[in-house]
Write a protein that binds this ligand. Structure first.
Ligand code: URA
Length: 450
C-alpha cells in the first residue's frame, strides 16, 4: 500500500462525521491506511464506525472507502484464464449476505462451472447464528480450504469451480475493521457492510458478481427498505469498479431447506446435485445460476437440467477431489439426537429462521469466537415448513450434537419458533425472490445513508 499522503487529526475526522459532515477522499485514504498500519487507536476507529452507523455516508464516500480497503492488500487477477483460441474466459461469482440453512454456494458453484464458466468463490467461516461455507465443506474427509493463488488458478482452469478461504492478503483493512465492528455494535451500518463485502469481492478479481441480499428474521437486514438500500449500494460499488453486478433480494424469514448445520447441509446439497432436494433450495440455486451465467453472456442454457442430468454433480466431485476431499466418504454424524414434536394439529404458518439458527449454533454447529472449533455433525433437521400440514405428536425438529448437555438451551431457542393454524386452511407462501436490482436501477438512485 502507498504511504499515507497527509496526516490528519483523527479526532477532527470523528467530530466531522459525528456532526453529519462528509469525509474528503484524502481523509478516507489516510484513515484506512493509518488504521491498517496500527497508527489509529481501536477506540478512535470504534467511535468513527459508530458515527458512520448513525450518520451514514454519501455514495462517493463509500466508493472511496471501498477502494482504500481494496488498496490495503493484494488483488487477484484471472485475466490469464483463456480458451484455446486465446479469448478470455470471464469469471462469475455470488455473495450472500448470510442466512440460516443457506447452503446455496455448495450446489451453485459446480452447477455454474458445469457450463464452462469459471467460479472463484472465496468464502468465510461462520460467526454467530449464520453458518459458514468453509465450515460446511470441512465436514468432508480430507477437504482443504486453504489454496495458494497458483493452486486456485490451476483448479479454475481445469475444474472450473473453486470454493476456498480468502487469503490474509486480501483487503486486510476489512479484516481488522470487521473484527472491531463485531465487538462494538457497528456491524449493521449499511455503508460499512457494503464496503466490507464489495472490497473483498472486487479485490478477488471476479468479472461478474451476483449478490443475494437476504431480508427477514434470520438476516442482517430485517426490513425491505434496508435490504433495498444495501443492495443498491453494493450494485453501485460493483458497477463503478467495472464488475458486472446485480442483486436479488430474497426472503430469510424461514430457513432455507430442511437442514441448518454443517454435514447435514452438505448432505442436502448432494440431494440437490442429484436432481432432488427441497424446492426452495433448488429454486434459489437455479435462479442464482441463471443470473451468474447471464452476467457473463451465457443465456441459452438450462441450469435446472444440469442438476437433473448429473453434469453439476460431476463438477462437484472434481471440485471436492481437487482440494483433497473424498466425495464418497460418509459424512460425520452427531453422537446424540433429540426430537421435538408438535403439540397441536394444523397447518404451519411460520417457522422462525433466527430461532433455528440460534438452536443450531447452541448445538455446536457455529462458533462464538473465531478461534472456536465447530462440530461437523451438529445442527437442526426440520420436518415441517410453512404450508405443511402436521398432526399433534409429529416430529417438528431433530436436534443433533456430540454433547447431550447442549440440548436444553438449543430446545429453548425453538420455543415459539413455529406457528400452527389449527383450522388447517391453505397458507399463502410469498415468493422467495422479492426483487432484482441491476446497474440500470441505481443509475439515478439516491446516495446511501446510515
Ligand atoms: N459480511 C461481510 O463480509 N462484511 C460485513 O460487514 C457483513 C457481512
Amino acid at each position: 500500500m502507498p504511504p499515507a499522503p497527509t496526516a490528519y487529526d483523527v479526532v477532527d475526522l470523528i467530530r466531522a462525521k459525528r456532526d453529519g459532515g462528509r469525509l474528503a477522499p484524502d481523509e478516507i485514504d489516510w484513515l484506512i491506511s493509518a488504521y491498517t498500519a496500527g497508527d489509529i487507536a481501536e477506540e478512535q476507529m470504534s467511535a468513527l464506525a459508530m458515527a458512520i452507523l448513525l450518520r451514514g455516508m454519501r455514495r462517493e464516500e463509500i466508493s472511496r472507502w471501498t477502494q482504500a480497503m481494496i488498496d490495503s492488500g493484494e488483488r487477484l487477477d484471472f485475466s490469464g484464464l483463456t480458451r484455446s483460441d486465446g479469448s478470455r474466459r470471464l469469471t462469475t461469482d455470488k455473495h450472500s449476505t448470510g442466512g440460516v440453512g443457506d447452503k446455496i454456494t455448495l450446489p451453485l458453484a459446480p452447477l455454474v462451472a458445469s457450463f464452462g464458466v469459471p467460479v472463484p468463490q472465496l468464502s468465510g467461516r461462520g460467526l454467530g447464528h449464520t453458518g459458514g461455507t468453509l465450515d460446511k465443506l470441512e465436514s468432508i474427509a480430507g477437504w482443504r480450504a486453504s489454496l495458494s493463488n497458483e493452486e486456485m488458478m490451476t483448479q479454475l482452469d481445469g475444474v472450473g469451480a473453486v470454493i476456498c478461504a480468502a487469503g490474509s492478503g486480501l483487503a486486510p483493512a476489512d479484516k481488522k475493521l470487521y473484527a472491531l465492528r463485531d465487538v462494538t455494535g457497528t456491524v449493521e451500518a449499511i455503508p460499512l457492510i457494503a464496503s466490507s463485502i464489495m472490497s473483498k469481492k472486487i479485490a478477488e478479481g471476479t468479472d461478474a458478481l451476483v449478490l443475494d441480499v437476504k431480508v427477514g428474521s434470520g438476516a442482517f437486514m430485517k426490513t425491505r427498505e434496508d435490504a433495498d438500500e444495501l443492495a443498491r449500494t453494493m450494485v453501485a460499488l460493483g458497477t463503478d469498479a467495472g464488475v458486472a453486478t446485480t442483486a436479488l433480494i430474497t426472503r430469510m424469514d424461514a430457513p432455507l431447506g430442511l437442514t441448518a448445520g454443517n454435514a447435514i447441509e452438505v448432505e442436502e446439497s448432494l440431494d440437490v446435485l442429484s436432481g432432488g432436494g427441497p424446492p426452495d433450495v433448488v429454486e434459489l440455486t437455479v435462479e442464482l445460476a441463471r443470473e451468474m451465467l447471464a452476467a457473463v453472456g451465457v443465456t441459452d442454457v438450462d441450469p435446472a437440467q444440469a442438476l437433473q442430468d448429473g453434469r453439476a454433480m460431476d463438477t462437484w466431485r472434481q471440485m471436492i477431489s481437487a482440494q483433497g476431499g473424498d466425495p464418497d466418504a460418509a459424512l460425520p454424524q452427531a453422537a446424540h439426537s433429540h426430537t421435538i414434536t408438535a403439540g397441536v394439529s394444523g397447518t404451519v404458518t411460520r417457522l422462525d429462521a433466527m430461532s433455528v439458527g440460534l438452536s443450531a449454533w447452541r448445538l455446536g454447529a457455529g462458533r462464538a469466537r473465531k478461534e472456536d472449533p465447530v462440530q461437523a455433525g451438529a445442527g437442526v433437521r426440520m420436518h415441517a415448513k410453512p404450508g405443511d400440514t402436521i398432526r399433534a405428536g409429529d416430529p417438528l425438529f431433530t436436534l443433533l450434537t456430540d454433547e447431550e448437555t447442549r440440548f436444553e438451551r438449543a430446545a429453548s431457542a425453538l420455543e415459539g419458533a413455529v406457528d400452527v393454524d389449527a383450522e388447517g386452511g391453505p397458507v399463502e407462501i410469498p415468493n422467495l425472490v422479492l426483487d432484482r436490482i441491476s446497474a440500470e436501477d441505481i443509475a439515478a438512485g439516491p446516495a446511501a445513508q446510515g
